[in-house]
Write a protein that binds this ligand. Structure first.
Ligand code: SAH
Length: 406
């Protein structure tokens, strides 16, 4: 093996290189030839050369001996060291996609595996970056990542929002802090001509759900028509009111947002005022299931109901229960829909397949003796590109449905 870069080798067992060659980036612990390269000899996050059973190097990656995913491939081939300049290159490649898609600097600039940077997520809010590492390998590269991001994007501040529960699988602590620069003013995101104030340190995930932007765009008028024009709209699991405020801006007559988070509900009020929409938008702090039930009991009716919940199927073993929750809320949503209403329902659970979500909606509809027409199937926005070899990168699904009596 001619190997110019001195990284330790992680040897795969025979034939265990096939998935990597087919495009995937993960090495599971049972695929490692631990006789040749004991996992225990690696430190969590250590950079390695991933080598097949015939001694051919596949590329550079990093190891976590404590994780089921023992290694992730970061770069094919061994011509370039896994260093700051490789990170700069990869961030530039990722950035050029977003610059093709969006005129303004508000987007997910790095989406992990799909951008060849497994374990790293970076969202851009103008001159503020919010980054997240979910693997020991990326955590170890933090200083280089920060330097590369500063070089490419010249932000005023970089926040590390490293509080995802999934970090526990890599035995990483949870924290959120400022990694570079300072936050001097409220952080804003611009979407669909609106401005939303977000909280990059205390907010949910990175502070904003860019993955739904293209779907929220579907509320805006096309062919001179909008699904929400003059409608009474309910935005359930609204967070900062992304869907609800976009609906109001698209001409909804009245919008009610519902979320369990007091901070989110307060922010909706400020965001509505900021965009001159406060007369038509209200927000309720409540449990979605309880509130949907209360609305049903009060015989309230909405023309459009939007359901964008947190992941109900976080792990594969939660599927049966989670699937039921998707069905239950779809059904509850339909119960408060006006005759011939529109239901928009979504799932960000990777373990909830698209077909299962549609099925849940259909079953809920039949239970209520309604019928459904699917007008659009939704997926994550293109700043969250799907890696075709890695199904886990294709996680967001949803549908826009017309709900008719029987
Ligand atoms: N629709 C949002 C994203 C929703 S994220 C957008 O487009 O930006 C999920 C939201 O559900 C979070 O804001 C969380 O506070 C809220 N949530 C979680 N469980 C809830 C429950 N049981 N009832 C109401 N809201 C809930």
């Amino acid at each position: 093996m001619t190997q110019e870069i001195a990284y330790p080798a992680l040897y795969l067992k025979r034939n265990e290189d096939a998935r990597l060659r087919a495009g995937h980036l993960w090495v599971f612990s049972n695929e490692v030839d631990v006789k040749r390269s004991p996992l225990t000899e690696f430190e969590p996050g250590e950079i390695c050369v991933i080598v097949d059973a015939h001694d051919k190097p596949l590329g550079l990656g990093y190891v976590n001996p404590n994780s089921l995913i023992a290694a992730r491939l970061v770069n094919r081939g061994t011509a370039h060291a896994l260093d700051r300049s490789l990170l700069v290159h990869k961030i530039n490649v990722a950035l050029s996609l977003r610059e093709r898609l969006y005129a303004e600097p508000y987007y997910r600039v790095v989406f992990g595996e799909a951008d060849g940077l497994p374990g790293l997520t970076v969202d851009r809010f103008g001159d503020v970056l919010v980054a997240q590492t979910t693997t020991a390998g990326m955590e170890r590269l933090k200083d280089d990542i920060a330097a590369a991001l500063v070089k490419v994007l010249k932000p005023a501040a970089l926040v590390w929002k490293n509080d995802a529960g999934s970090r526990a699988m890599e035995q990483l602590p949870e924290y959120a802090d400022i990694g570079y620069g300072e936050l001097t003013a409220p952080v804003l995101v611009r979407e669909g001509g609106l401005e939303f104030e977000i909280d990059p340190i205390g907010g949910q995930k990175t502070g904003w759900f860019y993955d739904q932007r293209a779907n929220r765009d579907l509320l805006a008028p096309v062919h001179g028509k909008s699904l929400v024009r003059d409608a009474r709209v309910l935005d359930v699991f609204s967070y900062l009111g992304g869907w609800g405020l976009r609906a109001a801006a698209a001409g909804a007559r009245e919008v009610v947002c519902v979320d369990a988070s007091a901070a989110a509900v307060e922010a909706i009020g400020r965001n509505a005022t900021r965009n001159g929409l406060s007369e038509r938008v209200s927000a309720v702090k409540a449990d979605a299931f309880d509130h949907l039930k209360a609305l049903r009991d009060a015989r309230e009716r909405f023309d459009v109901v939007i359901l964008d919940p947190p992941a109900f199927v976080k792990r594969k073993k939660d599927f049966v229960e989670g699937r039921l929750a998707y069905r239950r809320i779809a059904e509850m949503g339909m119960q408060i829909l006006a005759r011939d209403g529109i239901l928009i329902t979504c799932s960000c659970s990777y373990h909830m397949p698209r077909a299962a979500l549609l099925d849940a909606v259909q079953q809920g509809a039949r239970h209520l003796d309604r019928s459904v027409q699917v007008l659009a199937q939704l997926q994550q926005a293109p700043d969250h590109p799907v890696h075709p070899a890695i199904p886990e990168t294709d996680y967001l699904k949803g549908c826009i449905c017309r709900v008719l009596p029987s």
